[in-house]
Design a protein. Sequence first.
Length: 312
Amino acid sequence: MKILHLDTNHELLIHQLNDLGYINHEDYTSSKEEVEAKIANYEGIVLRSRFTIDKQFLDAAKNLKFIGRVGAGLENIDCDYAEAKGVYLISAPEGNRNAVGEHTLGMLLSLFNKLNKADREVRQGKWLREDNRGIELDGLTVGLIGYGNMGKAFAKKLRGFDVEVLCYDIKPNVGDENATQVSLQEFQEKADVVSLHTPQTPLTLNMVNTQFINQFKKPFWLLNTARGKSVVTADLVSALKSRKILGAGLDVLEYEKKSFESLFAKTIPEAFQFLIEAENVLLSPHVAGWTIESKQKLAQTIVDKIKVKFHA
């Protein structure tokens, strides 16, 4: 079986696939059109998020047996069309779920304790203790929207705190010892912190908008380490200004390109300019699942799944 690798990944991925007898070719620079012209020669593709695998690409990939996405989400792949053509889809949420759980907790604690603001001020010679008085997580209710690999990993990290953890998910019976599954109404009545752990789907696009935000009984803190387009940034800014949202930790942004490798082309949107300047907003560049360890675990997960499906 010949496999085409379209993004660089941990070296173990190609090494172990070589050891299993697969033929591995690497192409990290050709355009999508150039790849389409030769993709019929391959039975497998491994990529991160370099470009969209659409119907035209899949029609060109006449011998394709699988697509391995070294990450959690599959929104850059026309999954229905791929599966209709018998293409096996592989993702690796197990590989970076721990990283996402730790990053989300880090963002929350940093926001609560104003760590980034305090750090900047001390570096400037300011010693403002009262201005940097934090709040404690214990005693609050943390609500997770989406309770799959990522949500469960974050809930596990919260076990050391005296908090109530709730989860809301469209799938039934996903709650466990770390989070109680509740209705959306109960979720919006109780949550002090809201953390998104959902894939990008038609249901989650623009999910956090003004109407959704205003249904919460209490002002809350928002964390998003999932997908940027789940949050309407302008509506988030309005809620931050009105204090309906008390602060936000955003690892992902509405303005990201599909490849996740860059932000926006030319002008900075007005809403994003507000986020940049807001002291109660913490930003990171889509790196919640991007650790030294997760790079290796993601690659290993892909190899293991290929092995189970095609090499048993």
